[in-house]
Design a protein around this ligand. Structure first.
Ligand code: SF4
Ligand code: SF4
Length: 183
């Protein structure tokens, strides 16, 4: 079994020091920095909503308002769901830093074959990748790009995109705005 190499950040990227960190590229070829969970989107938005609802004392409001909106009878469960989302999907350090699902056939397969990503595999795209391809439009394009320019360069391209506000939410919802560097 081969260990996936870490990425060496240059001085301009990590604020002044040379620093070796786990690669931000998952074995399947996803860029973890563009993931909504990694970016804290679910945690932050659930937290903000809970704060606003609490400030307006919605627990009390819901008790009275359920007469007109019967769904508000479930208001306390709604708060519990938001808290569960924050707990379960609050943060993920990234695939290479121990994040992602505990069992991942793609990660296992790459590790077994000694690949850094599926871009190194002749069998790509295989059945194991199919759910990812269905979920992330352009997944195969990402792997092709990694194959073309290498994982490190691609990670830097993606880091720039993320700095400009990109997240995989856009890809999954189909609302992605194309930018020049995607062509
Ligand atoms: S855990 Fe699996 S699906 Fe998730 S980023 Fe890693 S290789 Fe990809
Ligand atoms: S067989 Fe599929 S999952 Fe395994 S390394 Fe190749 S492309 Fe990736």
């Amino acid at each position: 079994m081969v260990t996936k190499p870490s990425i060496m950040l240059t001085s301009s990227e990590d604020g002044g020091t040379m620093n070796s960190e786990p690669s931000p590229v998952g074995y399947c070829g996803l860029y973890c920095g563009a993931c909504a969970i990694h970016q804290g989107m679910i945690r932050n938005r659930a937290m903000q909503l809970l704060e606003v609802l609490s400030a307006y004392q919605f627990r009390d409001i819901a008790k009275e308002a359920k007469e007109w909106a019967p769904e508000l009878a479930y208001y306390l469960q709604f708060e519990e769901v938001l808290q569960a989302l924050m707990k379960m999907f609050g943060e993920c350090p990234g695939c290479l830093a121990g994040g992602g699902p505990p069992v991942c056939v793609i990660r296992d397969c790459c590790k077994k074959n000694g690949f850094s990503t599926c871009a190194e595999c002749d069998k790509m795209p295989c059945d194991k990748l199919e759910p990812q391809i269905q979920c992330y439009r352009g997944h195969l394009d990402m792997l092709s790009r990694i194959k073309e320019i290498g994982e490190n360069k691609w990670a830097k391209e993606m880091a720039q995109k993320v700095r400009r506000g990109f997240s995989y939410v856009e890809v999954m919802s189909g609302s992605e705005v194309r930018t020049d560097d995607q062509d």
